[in-house]
Ligand binder design. Structure first.
Ligand code: COS
Length: 394
């Protein structure tokens, strides 16, 4: 991006030419570098260093971080536009930069002190520091307020004890935003605080990467805290007991980002579907000429179009300063469920070839399945949407 800026600090009209140019640059990068590397990522379960370096150079680790802290300072609308492009490639590439742009940095950005922002955001923006978000636990996933990890104050430090589960980028991370209980269990959400824990802190360890169904190249693992000591200023902000709200505000943003991931993946799947059905001949002609195939293509396109429109509109609402809790949940719910249907239809168009590893659809189908689970399952999105609808004062 030639002229980056902090739209959050001074919301204004988007410079559409600027973002259009950057989107085209990412589009070329995706086709020239990322898609050709997909098979290798799948085979080796890692993203090649040269691609990480290229993504650093493009500024992709710091899209959402204000320019004053070294990032590109994208608005939400600009962020989703770039995520649409990036996620035309396997979602593992987005995952490498995803936590730095979202759940790993937003807590600091939204509720951190100026000192915390200055200490961490520039390194997160450059990609030299990978940031992870530690909320989920073995017994607390959807019920995030039920976490049992504790942070107990002892003199000039907090001691953290507990286990976090399914933590994206945990093996690569140098910084973890950790949600822990500073109040008694009965205090529920009000007893939760957020902490910035560096990988070098004594008493922290990372388990082996989970063996997942898909998204190879992106790693999740347990993060274990055993009497892990952190200084008092590791507390995000200056107040205990507001960590749950930090997590929820982070997730409002992250869910919209995830809906944009689903839109990008849907576009790729549709592209694969159109190409295959135009090439594959049965009964003497390309199967794309059959109306039953066309029906599936049309359903895919319609749903992807609707999801994209929802995401773009919600991103603009967020940039205008509106609260988007309900809308971002609607976007995540619809776009990821639609992606599931699109992946299933495109696989169906491939017939038996869809079930073997010759075509990308087999891998994309497995990757797509995760989107209805993480950053709040579809059922959690339904709860968030309905609660906002029936809330007092509505
Ligand atoms: N923004 C700001 N504040 C929010 C908020 C939001 N989006 N959502 C909730 N809050 C506030 C509430 O207003 C409430 O504050 P007060 O007590 O001052 O009124 C407080 O946070 C507790 O909220 P609530 O009572 O709704 O908490 P629940 O325990 O009922 O939480 C859900 C419910 C299901 C919404 C929550 O647990 C959740 O999102 N779970 C899914 C977690 C998730 O997505 N995990 C994925 C892994 S993380 S990548």
């Amino acid at each position: 991006m030639s002229q980056s800026r902090d739209i959050r600090a001074a919301p204004r009209e988007h410079d559409s030419e600027d973002i259009q140019q950057f989107a085209e640059e990412i589009r070329r990068f995706v086709r020239a570098e990322l898609i050709p590397a997909e098979a290798l990522v799948e085979e080796e379960d890692r993203i090649p260093q040269r691609i990480i370096q290229a993504m650093k150079q493009l500024g992709l680790f710091g899209m959402t971080i204000p320019e004053s802290y070294g990032g590109l300072g994208f608005s939400m609308y600009e962020e989703v536009r770039i995520v649409f492009e990036l996620c035309f490639a396997a979602p593992a590439f987005r995952s490498a930069v995803g936590s730095n742009n979202g759940i790993g940095s937003l807590g600091i950005l939204i509720d951190g002190t100026e000192e915390q922002k200055r200490r961490y955001l520039p390194k997160i923006a450059s990609g030299d520091l990978i940031a992870s978000f530690c909320l989920t636990e073995p017994d607390a996933g959807s019920d995030a307020a039920a976490i049992s990890t504790t942070a107990v104050r002892h003199g000039d430090c907090y001691r953290i004890n507990g286990t976090k589960r399914f933590i994206t980028n945990a093996p690569e991370a140098g910084l973890y935003t950790v949600f822990a209980r500073t109040g008694p269990k009965e205090s529920g959400a009000d007893g939760i605080s957020a902490f910035l824990v560096e990988r070098s802190a004594p008493g922290i360890s990372v388990g082996p990467p989970n063996k997942k169904m898909g998204l190879r190249g992106s790693h999740t693992a347990d993060v274990i805290f055993e009497d892990c000591r952190v200084p008092l200023d590791a507390l995000v902000g200056t107040k205990e007991g507001v960590g749950f709200k930090t997590a929820m505000k982070t997730l409002d943003h992250a869910r919209l980002h995830m809906a944009a991931v689903a839109v990008g993946m849907s576009a790729r799947l549709i592209d694969e579907g159109v190409r295959y059905t135009k090439e594959r001949k049965q009964f003497g002609r390309p199967i794309a000429q059959f109306q039953l195939i066309q029906g599936m293509l049309a359903d895919c396109e319609t749903e992807a179009f609707a999801a994209r429109a929802m995401v773009e509109r919600t991103a603009r609402a967020k940039d205008a300063g509106e609260r988007i809790t309900k809308e971002s949940a609607c976007c995540k719910y619809f776009a990821t469920e639609a992606l599931g249907r699109i992946a299933d239809r495109v696989l169906q168009m491939h017939g038996g070839y869809g079930y073997i590893r010759e075509y990308p659809v087999e891998r994309l189908y497995r990757d797509a399945r995760l989107l209805r689970l993480f950053e709040g399952t579809s059922q959690i999105q339904q709860i968030v949407i309905a609660r906002e609808m029936v809330r007092d004062g509505k």
